[in-house]
Every structure is written in structure tokens, then in C-alpha cells.
Design a protein. Structure first.
Length: 563
């Protein structure tokens, strides 16, 4: 009789608490909401200044400030300058020579013209050189000189000499269609396009990465809220047990298990709080241009809440789109074009060297003409005025022309070096083709895997949501049974723990589903990014980022870091 009275008294005292606990269990939302965003300039509850960011804000900041994009942005410019540098080979080259020379020679024979022959010469030459894109070379020279001397044998004193000469050298076989310079320009142009698509690849991967980081931050915040709710349930159970101990319906030893569960769930809250900070830092590193103490001290408050609505995926269309637009496939095709150019150059270098050589020139002379007695070293009879204009008149009047036309021919007997170079170029091209085929297979498999991950993660969202609802009902039933004395503290604790795991599994499935959609879009445009695959169990997906162990009770609710 006394035992029944104590039981009724304990139930009367604990009724308000038990009813409140039942209401909490019944009103648990399907997906725990994140902490309410801070309004205005007020600090967040942890004392850090808030920074509200939407998903579009994160993407925009990443495109403007991401340090990886800032580094890769220079590569297309480098490639453009490489092309310009090589194209400079075909720019005309102008040159000139201006010299003044004075020379005194002793008389070595009777024909020296003087005991000491003094000669002064002024030279002013001009010319131009142009490499032709047909492999040839055009050179034009215009040379001029003025000479004065005291030799009695000089007919003109001072004398002016001018020469004009144009020379063309044009390969007819080897070096006609392609040569090393034109090959390098082709490769440089292809490399410039490769650099541009690689920069686009960096942009696409960066955008996909920050979108996934945003989803991870939402998961970390939701996970923290779920762990706090789990801790609240454990504390409520501890309070109920303490009430039962005070009224004598429970042994004090049974409270130890509840206290242990509270301590364990406090640890999961600590880990979840650290995971939120890690997720915030990952976003900060991606969207801010430099390390700033104020930035690192702020708290990112996401303002968007992406849903987990079903989205249909067309795998075959996605594969076709990826094979057409993927940046790494574009780069592989350009590398194959480079290999084709290398084979073309190697084949051309095996041909005989046959160069057409043609030149045309004229010469002229002018100056003050001296007439002497006996016509050879005698006294000066008279002088005929003249100058530089006479020399120019001879040149451009083509009074004294000179022309040359012919061929230069050479061919090595065995030509082993060219044969080896051609064989090596052929092997390199075949390797590039095999690499392209392998990459197409990998891209197809990656797109199919990404599409399958979307479908799998959507199924995980549905199954984990159903599991969470069932765990809520189980906990509600177990608490009612415990209040009626039909269950034990152990079963209530186990039900709370299982509910926490189910909530975290649902949150992880939702985050993985969002990330798989991001990855499905990315793999159709760019390679070399982060893949998000579906997990086969354990309440979490294996991704490339690690946000800490966030499962309930320190169990398998978090992410596994992949190499």
C-alpha cells in the first residue's frame, strides 16, 4: 500500500514535466531550422559580428575575390604574350650603318698615287629584312659611301658610290608549308585556348565548390541545432530521473546513466560547434581576397535555404553535353592538334632542301671627275663637277644592273635523324589519341556516376525522412511507457540516441543531395573538381571535405575525408 502511494505521488509530481516532454517530441520539425539570423548590426549570440550572405552573394564574392581565380587569371595573359612573342619573328627588321673612317697608307709601289695615301670614307647604309610566312626571306640593302683621297690615280675625288640590292630566298619543299617557327606559333595559339578553358574550368569548379561549401554550412548549422535538441532531451530525462529519485521511485544509481548520456551529448554539441566554425572558415577562404582579422572574426549567417525537391536528370543528354563542352576534353583535343602539327613538321623535314634564290641589284657612282694629262697620273687638265645625285641617277636609272636566279639543293643520304623524329611524332600523336579516348570514357563514367548520385541521394532523403519520423514516434511511445513504469531509463536513452542519429542522417542526406546536384552540373562543364558521391549507409556521404564527427552520440553521423 505504501509503495502504491509513493508511485502515485511520483506520477503526480512528474506529470507536468512528462507532458511537456511529450509535446516536444511530437512537435519536433522534420528538419531542424538553423539559428535565427542576426538583425541589424547587433552581434550574434557568440559575440561575433554577423555577416549575412545569400548563395548568390557567396558566388559573386568568389568570382570577384577568390585567390585561386586571381592566380589562374594570369595564365591566359601569359599565353597571349607567348603568341605575340613568336609572331614578332615576322615583323620587318630595319637596320642602318653610319661610319666615318680615315686611313693613311705609305706608298708601297709607284702606283700608290702619293708618298702617303690619305683616304677618308663616310658610309651610310640602310636596309630591311622580312621573314615571310611562306618560309622565305626577303632582304633589301641600300649602301652609300663618300670617299676622298690624295691619290693622283683617283678618277673621282671625292667619289660617291651607291648600291641597291634585293634578294629573295624561298623554300620550295622543306620549310614551305610548315617550319619550326610556324609550328611553335600553332602550338602557342592552341595553348592559349587551352589556358583560357583551364581558367574557365577554375571558375566553374570554384563556383561549384562554394555552392557546396554553402550547403555544408547549412548542414553544419542544422546539425548543431539537432545536437542541441538531443542534448535538451537528455537533460530533460535527467531531470525526470532526479525527480523520481527524490520521491523514491528510482534508485540513485539509475541517474548515473542519464548523467553519462548528458555528458556524451555535450561532446557532440562541442564537435558540432567546431564543425560550424570549420565550415565558415572554408567559405571565408573561398570568398575573401586576403587574410583579415575582422573577416576571420565574423560569423557567416546564411540567408538562403535550398530545398530538397526532386529534380529529374537526363543522363544521356548530360553525357552528350559533357563530351561536347568539357574543358578537359577541349584541352585534350587541342593537344591532339599540337601532335598533328608535330607530325606534319616531322614529315616536312624529311623532304629535300630546295630553295629558290633570286636577287636584283643596281650600282652607281658619282662625284667630281678629274681629267689629267696623258690620262694616267699627269697634271690636272680640268674637272667635271658632280656629286651624290649622279650616283643615285645610276642606281635608280638601272644603268648598271645585276641579277641572279638559281636554286640551292641539299639532301642527306640516309636522313636517320628526320626519320627518328617523324617516328617519335607519330608515336606521340597515337598516345594523344589514346589519351583522348581514355578521357572520354572517364568523363562518361563520371557524368553517369554524378547522375546516379543525384538519384541515390534523393532516395536517401526520402528514406531518412521516413526513418526520422518513425524514430520520433518511437521516442514518444517509449517516453509514455517509461512514465507508466512499463519501460526503463536505458530504452528511453536508446530511443533518444536513435532519434538524434536519424535526424543527422536526414540532414546529411539533404546536404549530399544538394551537393550532388551541384556536382552533376559541374561535371558537364569542367573536370578536375570535387566529386560528391552517395554513401551506402552510416547516415552520411563520403565527400572530399571533412567537417568533423557530427553524428549523434559520437557515432557515424559525420563525413569521411577522402584522399
Amino acid at each position: 500500500m505504501i509503495r502504491q502511494f509513493r508511485l502515485l505521488l511520483a506520477l503526480a509530481l512528474a506529470a507536468p514535466v512528462l507532458l511537456a516532454g511529450t509535446a516536444v517530441a511530437q512537435e519536433t520539425p522534420p528538419t531542424p531550422p538553423p539559428a535565427a539570423p542576426a538583425q541589424g548590426p547587433a552581434n550574434t549570440p557568440d559575440g561575433r559580428p554577423p555577416l549575412e550572405l545569400s548563395l548568390q552573394d557567396v558566388v559573386t564574392r568568389a568570382l570577384e575575390n577568390n585567390v585561386d581565380i586571381a592566380v589562374e587569371r594570369f595564365n591566359p595573359q601569359f599565353s597571349e604574350e607567348n603568341v605575340r612573342e613568336l609572331q614578332g619573328f615576322y615583323e620587318p627588321l630595319l637596320y642602318s650603318t653610319l661610319l666615318s673612317n680615315s686611313r693613311t697608307d705609305p706608298a708601297r709601289n709607284v702606283f700608290a698615287g702619293a708618298e702617303a695615301v690619305d683616304t677618308s670614307t663616310y658610309t651610310y647604309d640602310f636596309g630591311a629584312l622580312k621573314e615571310l610566312q611562306s618560309g622565305g626571306r626577303l632582304r633589301v640593302d641600300f649602301t652609300n659611301s663618300r670617299t676622298s683621297t690624295n691619290s693622283v690615280f683617283s678618277t673621282f675625288n671625292p667619289s660617291f658610290g651607291s648600291n641597291f640590292n634585293a634578294q629573295l630566298t624561298q623554300p620550295l619543299l622543306r620549310g614551305f608549308r610548315i617550319d619550326p617557327t610556324r609550328y611553335q606559333i600553332r602550338v602557342a595559339r592552341n595553348n592559349r585556348q587551352i589556358s583560357e578553358v583551364q581558367f574557365r574550368q577554375t571558375v566553374v569548379n570554384t563556383v561549384a565548390n562554394v555552392r557546396s561549401l554553402y550547403n555544408d554550412l547549412l548542414y553544419a548549422i542544422d546539425n548543431l541545432e539537432a545536437q542541441r535538441q538531443s542534448l535538451a532531451l537528455a537533460r530533460r530525462l535527467l531531470e525526470e530521473n532526479q525527480i523520481r529519485v527524490r520521491v523514491g521511485t528510482m534508485a540513485p544509481l539509475d541517474v548515473v546513466a542519464a548523467e553519462s548520456e548528458v555528458a556524451s551529448r555535450e561532446e557532440t554539441v562541442i564537435l558540432a560547434e567546431a564543425a560550424v566554425l570549420e565550415a565558415e572558415d572554408a567559405i571565408k577562404r573561398s570568398v575573401f581576397p586576403e587574410s583579415d582579422p575582422v573577416t576571420w572574426a565574423s560569423r557567416i549567417v546564411p540567408t538562403d535555404r535550398p530545398t530538397a525537391e526532386p529534380i529529374a536528370v537526363d543522363t544521356d543528354a548530360a553525357v552528350r553535353n559533357a563530351l561536347e563542352k568539357r574543358t578537359d576534353l577541349f584541352a585534350a583535343r587541342k593537344n591532339l592538334e599540337n601532335a598533328d602539327s608535330a607530325v606534319e613538321l616531322a614529315n616536312n623535314q624529311e623532304l629535300p632542301q630546295i630553295d629558290l634564290v633570286a636577287s636584283y641589284g643596281t650600282t652607281g657612282i658619282g662625284g667630281t671627275q678629274i681629267e689629267r694629262e696623258d690620262g694616267f697620273g699627269g697634271a690636272i687638265i680640268r674637272t667635271v663637277p658632280g656629286g651624290y645625285g649622279d650616283a643615285l641617277g645610276n642606281v635608280f636609272g638601272r644603268d648598271f644592273p645585276t641579277w641572279t636566279f638559281g636554286f640551292n639543293i641539299s639532301y642527306p643520304i640516309f636522313n636517320r635523324s628526320a626519320d627518328a623524329a617523324e617516328a617519335r611524332a607519330e608515336l606521340s600523336r597515337e598516345q594523344s589519341r589514346a589519351t583522348l579516348r581514355r578521357l572520354e570514357m572517364l568523363v562518361t563514367a563520371e557524368v553517369r556516376s554524378a547522375a546516379r548520385a543525384v538519384e541515390t541521394n534523393l532516395k536517401r532523403v526520402e528514406s531518412t525522412r521516413a526513418a526520422r519520423v518513425l524514430q520520433e514516434r518511437r521516442l514518444d511511445a517509449e517516453e509514455k511507457r517509461f512514465a507508466a513504469g512499463m519501460s526503463t531509463n536505458f530504452f528511453v536513452t536508446q530511443a533518444q540516441r536513435d532519434l538524434s542519429l536519424a535526424q543527422v542522417a536526414e540532414l546529411r542526406a539533404i546536404a549530399d543531395y544538394r551537393n550532388s546536384l551541384v556536382n552533376f552540373e559541374r561535371v558537364q562543364e569542367a573536370g578536375g573538381g570535387v566529386s560528391f558521391a552517395a554513401s551506402s549507409g552510416g547516415g552520411g556521404a563520403a565527400t572530399s571535405r571533412n567537417t568533423g564527427n557530427q553524428g549523434g552520440g559520437g557515432n557515424s553521423g559525420g563525413q569521411n575525408q577522402q584522399p
